[in-house]
Design a binder for this molecule. Structure first.
Ligand code: NDP
Ligand code: 2IT
Length: 444
């Protein structure tokens, strides 16, 4: 058994009850094999892999809050501070009933590599709760956010750990959490990103993940001698990432024909009416099924189905494991040219391998959705410098970062003889920087 397979076997044994975490670890470790084999004794002596797969600390807490009927309700809160070798912990907070320690660990693990890829000094962390924001009143959301921060504030700070949004957490929730932190600590600091523009937020943060996804997709196409304009794009999700991915895809001349939420999906062959989706999701906080009220000629279907639509480019932007082997088969059979992940780990390992074998260009989320956390890093810089940059300035830096990520992961894959394998390229690039910092710090 090699060092790498020993560590993988240990993690599988120890955390057999954390499937999402094991999936994320397996995907990364398997692609690192050529790097580890080149210098196995060193990595083993330094226990590099053992240190990478074990979070620095995991904070789990009770979140009591009062609902509108006056009942006390209880959820579980998490913050996993994974690795701060290259900077303060950084990563979003997810509110969704599916949140478990396994989910937060997988996200924190991925985040460590992603943040390294941005080139900015940010370590990896993630947090969240199994709280379900759906159907809750404004007051209940505020009550929950305040209670969550009443415990979390002890563990975070502008130079310690800087959370942001993720599924179920947008500007509204970040605002409530920021307010509670400020109130308890008496300190106005850049402790969260994705803040409102009136109190230290960055222009273009809201758009950053979706726009960044399209910047890297455009560069991918350009470097393969193809144009992106005129392509048909299938997008899943209808949240922050999906909406801004659709917006930038349209600006770049593509036709976006699908969007979805956890109940169902829409197919609009004329091209999705994004103003309608924004009104449904951002103003009414409604369901994607309402889309046909705006566009009666479009189709609405219950359940999953986005990947059955013929497209050139698939952008999964909802959640983990939403693009499975059968979906990959359908996409490839329908002639898809590229799958570029907006969500974190939306594609299963089997589906990823199938797409790669069939020559479908595949960019993993830790590279392609890094635009969000990259602009969070720029928000941190602006907060430290007491500055606000223009939209154009932030957007130009974002584009630059995404183009650089593409070239770095492309070069790393090629260096190890895996041309075009951007999964390996992303993992190797992220790994090399984190490990060089980690080993410089000694046994910690
Ligand atoms: P939002 O909460 O804004 O939107 C999430 C979307 O995905 C909604 O349409 C939601 O539908 C759908 N969705 C969520 N969970 C499920 C599920 N279990 N099954 C089916 N559909 C689901 O989140 P974001 O857009 O911010 O996040 C989307 C993805 O992008 C996540 O994987 C996140 O980790 C990742 N990401 C986000 C970044 C950011 O800056 N926000 C940065 C990088 C990655 P419904 O409303 O019905 O629940
Ligand atoms: O998955 C992610 O990268 C995010 N949810 C954004 C994290 C951040 O700190 O901006």
């Amino acid at each position: 058994m090699s060092y790498l397979s020993d560590v993988l076997a240990d993690v599988n044994r120890k955390y057999s009850y954390q499937p999402e975490f094991l999936q994320a670890v397996r995907e990364v470790l398997e692609t690192l094999e050529p790097v580890i084999l080149k210098n196995e004794d060193f990595y083993k002596k330094e226990a590099v892999l053992e240190r990478l797969v074990e979070p620095d600390r995991q904070i789990i807490f009770r979140v009591p809050w009062v609902d509108d009927a006056g009942n006390i309700r209880v959820n579980t809160g998490y913050r996993v501070q994974f690795n701060n070798s290259i900077g303060p912990y950084k990563g979003g907070i997810r509110f969704h009933p599916s949140v478990t320690l396994s989910v937060i660990k997988f996200l924190g693990f991925e985040q460590t590599f992603k943040n390294s890829l941005t080139g900015l000094p940010m370590g990896g962390g993630k947090g969240g709760s199994d709280f379900d924001p759906k159907g809750k009143s404004e007051r209940e959301i505020m009550s929950f956010c305040q209670s969550f921060m009443t415990e979390l504030y002890k563990y975070i700070g502008a130079d310690v750990d800087v959370p942001a949004g993720d599924i179920g957490v947008g500007a509204r929730e970040v605002g409530y959490m920021f307010g509670q932190f400020k109130r308890i600590k008496g300190s106005f600091e850049g402790v969260l990103t994705g803040k409102g523009l009136a109190y230290g937020g960055s222009l273009a943060r809201k758009e950053a993940t979706g726009y960044g996804l399209l910047y890297i997709t455009e560069e991918l196409f350009r470097c393969h001698g193809m144009s992106f304009a005129g392509r048909t794009v299938a997008i899943s999700g209808a949240g922050n990432v999906a909406i801004h991915a659709a917006e930038k895809a349209m600006q770049l001349g593509a036709l976006v024909v699908t969007m979805s939420d956890s109940n169902g999906w829409i197919y609009d062959p004329k091209g999705v009416d994004l103003a309608a989706v924004k009104e449904i999701k951002e103003v009414r906080r409604g369901r994607i099924s309402e889309y046909i009220e705006y566009r009666p000629s479009a189709e609405y279907h219950e359940g999953r189905g986005v990947w059955g639509v013929k497209c050139d480019v698939a952008l999964p932007c909802a959640t983990q494991n939403e693009l499975l082997l059968d979906d990959a088969r359908t996409l490839a059979a329908n002639g898809a040219l590229a799958v570029v992940e907006g969500a974190n780990m939306p594609t299963s390992i089997e589906a990823t391998k199938y797409l790669q074998e069939r020559g479908v260009l595949f960019v993993p989320g830790k590279a392609s959705n890094a635009g969000g956390v990259a602009v969070s890093g720029l928000e941190m810089s602006q907060n430290s410098g007491r500055l606000s940059w223009s939209f154009e300035e932030v957007d130009a830096k974002l584009k630059d970062i995404m183009v650089n990520i593409y070239h770095n992961i492309e070069a790393a894959a090629a260096k190890y003889g895996m041309e075009g394998n951007y999964v390996a390229g992303a993992n190797i690039t992220g790994f090399e920087k984190v490990v060089s910092a980690m080993t410089a710090h000694g046994a910690c």
